[in-house]
Design a protein around this ligand. Sequence first.
Ligand code: FES
Length: 77
Amino acid sequence: MVYLRRRGNEVIALSAECTHLGCNVHYQDKQKRFACPCHKGTYDLDGNVLGGPPPQPLRRFAVKVPADPSQPVQVEV
Ligand code: FES
C-alpha cells in the first residue's frame, strides 16, 4: 500500500509499511501524521520518524505526474 500526498506542485508517494517490523501505518488526520498500531511508531507527513522504534523514515517512491490531468499518476515501486 502507498500513500500519495500533494505538497505544493509536487506529489510524493510513501510506503505504508512501517520500517520497524513491517506493519501497515495509518494516517491520522487530527494529528497530521502516520501511526503504526503495532508498537506505536509515528511518522510525519514526509515519512520522517517522529517517535517509537522505527529505525528509518517510510520508504519513498518516485512519482510521475502526467501533463494531461485525465491520465493517472504513476508510482514507480
Ligand atoms: S512495526 Fe511499526 S512500530 Fe513496530
